[in-house]
Design a protein around this ligand. Sequence first.
Ligand code: NAG
Ligand code: NAG
Ligand code: NAG
Ligand code: NAG
Length: 272
Amino acid sequence: MHRMARFPLLPALLLAVASALVPATVADPQATLLNLGCSQYNATPTAGFLAALNTTFAELRANLSTGSGFATASEPRAAAPAFAMAQCRPYVTGRDCVACFDAAAVRTRTSCGAANGGRAILDGCVIRYESAAFFDQTTLPGNTQLCNGSAVAGGGFDGAVRALVGELTAVVPRVSGLAAAAAGSGVYAMAQCVETIGMGGCAQCLEVASRNIEACSPNSDGRAVDAGCFMRYSDKRFFPANATVDLAPYLRSGEFTAFTHYIHHLCFAVSC
Ligand SMILES: *[C@@H]1O[C@H](CO)[C@@H](O)[C@H](O)[C@H]1NC(C)=O
Ligand SMILES: *[C@@H]1O[C@H](CO)[C@@H](O)[C@H](O)[C@H]1NC(C)=O
Ligand SMILES: *[C@@H]1O[C@H](CO)[C@@H](O)[C@H](O)[C@H]1NC(C)=O
Ligand SMILES: *[C@@H]1O[C@H](CO)[C@@H](O)[C@H](O)[C@H]1NC(C)=O
């Protein structure tokens, strides 16, 4: 809370496409910038922090280059400690993941200067760094939705968005890697948590994100950003068909009963 007070997620949307940064060999790193934030405090000593940051970023990049899709790195004993995290969406893999990381790192390096914290959330990946550990943070003030497009005609879209968002919210805390993409009734959706927040933290974060993103429906595109998780839906496919997960086996398990009650509760909270 204290640390977040000086590093809120920017409520304003900063949108840009960094496709010019991407080599032609890369398929689609999904480098659209969604949210950029810098701490308002400079690191001290600045040079020590930037050196430690350089080391952690090199470690993150090396880790992602092995295909892991999620990495943390820290220099806790440096003159000015640095902690950093990077995560790619489950369908942004291999060179695309590394290209997205590079695009995100350019964003924070260009915008955050000597700040002792920074975050860039892109469609394809997220990076964050701080002068103190943050790997267990779930939902923080500044969590918000990013809505785009106009209302989808036809009537069924809003219900289909709510159904798929609800299913992902229930299932993703229980799947390995804390991420899943799914499609149904003309809606494509995904949810992902930072792997270090665990099952309980993921459920907590996605409850907030699902409430945020549902406010975008029936518009064609919605995203929800937070410190510990990310959600996105669209009426257009944004991941390969073979990236989807069959949610049915998870939904058939007992835990979903408890969740349907919670969905009702959420719906009352947003008067739906
Ligand atoms: C960080 O690394 C880059 C190359 O990766 C280098 O150009 C830059 O000088 C380094 N900065 C610091 C502060 O070490
Ligand atoms: C990559 O980062 C993850 C998460 O911190 C860690 O568990 C894993 O050991 C790292 N892998 C490599 C090759 O550094
Ligand atoms: C939002 O929609 C506009 C117009 O279609 C598009 O140019 C822009 O890239 C979209 N933004 C995102 C984040 O998808
Ligand atoms: C999906 O298909 C692509 C291209 O055919 C392949 O490279 C990739 O490994 C597949 N992914 C999964 C999760 O099966």
